[in-house]
Ligand binder design. Sequence first.
Ligand code: KG4
Ligand code: ZN
Length: 377
Amino acid sequence: MNNEEITILSIDTSCDDTSVAITRGQKVLANCVSSQIEMHKKTGGVVPINASRAHEIKLDPLIKFALSRAKISQKDLNAIAVTHGPGLAPALEVGIQKAKKLALNLHIPLIPVNHMSGHAYANWAQNSLGKNGILNKFKSDNILPSLVLLISGGHTEIVLMESDYSFKIVGETLDDACGECFDKVGRMMGLGYPAGPVIEKFAESGDENTYILPHPLRNSGDLNVSYSGLKTAAFRLIKSISEDTNSGRNSDGTKTTSPSGTEVFNLTKQQIQDFCASFQKAAIETILHKVEKAIDIYKPKTLLLGGGVVKNKDLRKSARNIAKSKHINFHYPAERLIMDNAAMIGISAYHKFILNKEILRTEEEIQELERSPGLRL
Ligand code: KG4
Ligand code: ZN
């Protein structure tokens, strides 16, 4: 069979979104995501057991829906792909059990996929008309080696991709992930979950030069970063701005409250906007300073982005400027493929399939697949 015709049903249940996709070659025929965000908003974050229960309820209907969106039936599938890590153990388990059943019932191979490789391969995904992927923008021999910045709620990694499916982490966070830092700082300010998009919105109307925040490990001599230090500094700063603001009242006489109505810190709207802009600038510069260094060391042809924080427009703009100044290509995934989704898992599986890498074919191999919550690239 022609590689372009390989049709894969992929499943991602690594965290708080249940997702099923159908891909054919590198084309995304259907990419269905059912978000649990409303449920997790109530707990201020993801509770693993709640997430896995929701996956269990949603997975079967989502598989049906994805097949109908792609206008194919189960017998048209050539393989099943599933995220086996990294992620929340009980959540991963739901997707893996379903994927095993499908592969065994349909007598087709099962391809285990690393979620982070999916965020990287989202760059290769094309829409159903075969447009909008990295191969539509650059010639295939002008892409690799690439430097990939993977930046999400669980990970912050600078990865060297020398050839197809060869990943080497050359720098990473030593503690919190960048998205996690946005979420935790946002929670301190009562901005809800996830806070990344809310901070970005406030930052648009703020002055990023109002407050100075540190860049931990900036001069560490390696390519690692720390976001826990930034989080602590942000907390101290919010507290001190709040204490300086007179008697707990905003200048217009109101009090700053969280969306749930509880009082948080006494910051005026202007102070929140200026703080968000200053914090966002520090969070982005922290990682991009190391990305710039990595480009000087490894001299890649392309800078790629992947992971939920890529939603942030300032991050994209600054990364694009770096790539331009270093005279290398720049690409990030289509909007609907940036946050967690199964299509990126299908595209990553496609690359494994054509390289014949870790394809589980026998019943024994399929049954033996286990979740791997701490899986690394
Ligand atoms: O990749 P993703 O969907 O899930 C994980 O695998 O973690 O990333 C979610 C993360 C969250 O931490 C969220 O706050 C962050 O991406 N995020 C953003 C923005 N949109 C989402 N961070 C900063 N600015 C944004 N606009
Ligand atoms: Zn992710």
